[in-house]
Design a protein around this ligand. Sequence first.
Ligand SMILES: Cc1ncc(C[n+]2csc(CCOP(=O)(O)OP(=O)(O)O)c2C)c(N)n1
Length: 279
Amino acid sequence: MLTEEKRKLELEAANIRKTALETIHTAGSGHIGGSFSMAEIMAVLYFKAMNIDPKDPEKADRDRLVLSKGHCSPVMYATLARRGFFPIDHLKTFRKIDSDLSGHVEIHVPGVDMSGGSLGQGLSVAVGMAMYAKSNNVGNYVYAIMGDGEIQEGQIWEAAMSAGFFKVNNLIAFVDNNKIQLDGRLSEIMDPNPIDEKFRAFNWNVISVNGQDVEEIADAIDEARKSQDKPTMILAHTTKGAGVSVFEDTPRFHGGQPTPEEYELAIKELNDRIASLEV
Ligand SMILES: Cc1ncc(C[n+]2csc(CCOP(=O)(O)OP(=O)(O)O)c2C)c(N)n1
């Protein structure tokens, strides 16, 4: 990847974080930790990898994304707004009573391909979308993003088994491996590791990346697209709350909110990061 493209994607990830945090702050609630851990994944998908058109959000041959960890709507909505699917100003209505931007992703928002919120269901939907696309020669890719706590759900493994068996090679799924679930560490609650070996055993191609590194994510997607006979799982090693020191690696900001002082500090850190990446 050229240095210039890398800088732009890193800048976009920082801007996505800031927009997501401002959105949560205005609403007074929302999930920071799991949104921040996947900011680079969203930047690469929506600003480089995916075949999408904000002016034609329903175009038939578009790539699809199922955000199975649907509580991370702030990062999804911030990304879609920044990519031009709807005005950034609309984010001020997030979690308000008559807004379409509710706390978990909803399909009627422009750019959202599937509702989410009840964990464990998204991979099944993505497998179905990908199988349809293959059998109808749509020629697109279907992406899914799961949480590492989420994959404790049994339905994930039924979906994984079917995708492997039916050789759904146009399916590219991420596990956002931030090592923390709602109120603690996976290692202390119910550890799904080794995640890579489990998916391989179900006939998946597995690529491990640093999920905070835009270049590694983009390279993994390129490799995944070459797969002829297997779905791909990109195991993204991430940090919950990545990008703001006080949010990082703690269950406190899974759904919890910063104090006013912590919020100011977070915005300052994000502004500094943005300034360092702007030319
Ligand atoms: C079926 C279901 N059970 C419980 C919840 C409540 N819940 C919301 S987020 C969450 C933790 C998810 O952890 P993880 O998948 O690791 O997400 P991340 O750390 O990336 O935010 C839980 C239990 C839910 N949304 N759906």
